[in-house]
Design a protein around this ligand. Structure first.
Ligand code: ADP
Length: 241
């Protein structure tokens, strides 16, 4: 799925969160939105998802304006920093939930839903833990369940908002590598929000650097590092957080 953003602006009260953002996200790529806190990354992600409307501007999926497309038809998998798993449901039930929502109209048999949920849990390397509850897992494992659930709807687009932000450095590193591999297997167009440069560097095909609601630079990881587009980008990249 190719995503095109054209002239996106969004204001909260007097504050301009996004100012005339234009961006083409290529089909199948893994794009990182990188930038300091408050630069508009999450707002942009939420606008792509349809969770927030732009004041001005348009979002196109494969050339189709999403303005009149209901959320559930956008087929977007969304993963947040804090998992948002259902506590009272087993892992299998958590993943199945996405499948039921998607397939209600077709009445997919329960056995088929169960089999697909188990397959997805295997894909995120949690085979054998299907009957556990989220509180019995580590943070990294929970985030993998959240990913399995997001993948259950066969998303055309996967949006991740600081998905590893709550985890410790070692687990974050493991999950980066793992997400990279998973992305290669699934080939789903993926947009990944982070304020962690190392994360963007290791994961992304291309990086967008956001500053004060605008795109300060877009390019491959090498381009962005070798030729910062402005002193602001240079300063941001030089700041190791
Ligand atoms: P980032 O993800 O880069 O940290 P955000 O997109 O979350 O940045 O936020 C950009 C700015 O917009 C922030 O200053 C934030 O306070 C403001 N903002 C975001 N959402 C809202 C909202 N619903 N109401 C008011 N201000 C908001």
């Amino acid at each position: 799925m190719e995503i095109q953003l054209s002239g996106i602006s969004k204001q909260f009260g007097q504050f301009k969160a996004l100012n005339n953002v234009g961006l083409n996200i290529q089909s199948g790529e893994l794009l990182a939105l990188l930038g300091p806190s408050g630069s508009g990354k999450t707002t942009l992600l939420r606008i792509i998802a349809g969770l927030e409307n732009a004041d001005i501007g348009s979002v196109y999926f494969d050339g189709v304006d999403m303005a009149n497309t209901p959320l559930r038809e956008r087929q977007i998998g969304f993963v947040f920093q804090h998992y948002a798993l259902f506590k009272h449901m087993t892992l299998r039930e958590n993943v199945s939930f996405g499948l039921r929502v998607k397939t209600r109209a077709f009445r997919r048999p329960a056995a088929a839903i169960r089999a697909r949920a188990d397959e997805l849990l295997k894909l995120v390397q949690l085979g054998g833990l299907e009957d556990r509850y989220p509180h019995q897992l580590s943070g990294g494992q929970r985030q993998r369940v959240a990913l399995a659930r997001a993948l259950a709807i066969d998303p055309k687009v996967l949006l991740l908002d600081e998905p590893f932000g709550a985890l410790d450095a070692k687990v974050r590193k493991e999950l980066r590598q793992w997400l990279r591999d998973l992305h290669q297997q699934t080939g789903v167009t993926t947009v990944f929000v982070t304020h962690d440069q190392e994360e963007a560097l290791e994961l992304a095909d291309r990086v967008v650097i956001m500053q004060k609601g605008e795109i300060a630079q877009l390019g491959s990881v090498d381009q962005v590092y070798e030729q910062p587009a402005s002193p602001l980008v240079f300063d941001f990249l030089g700041d190791s957080n």
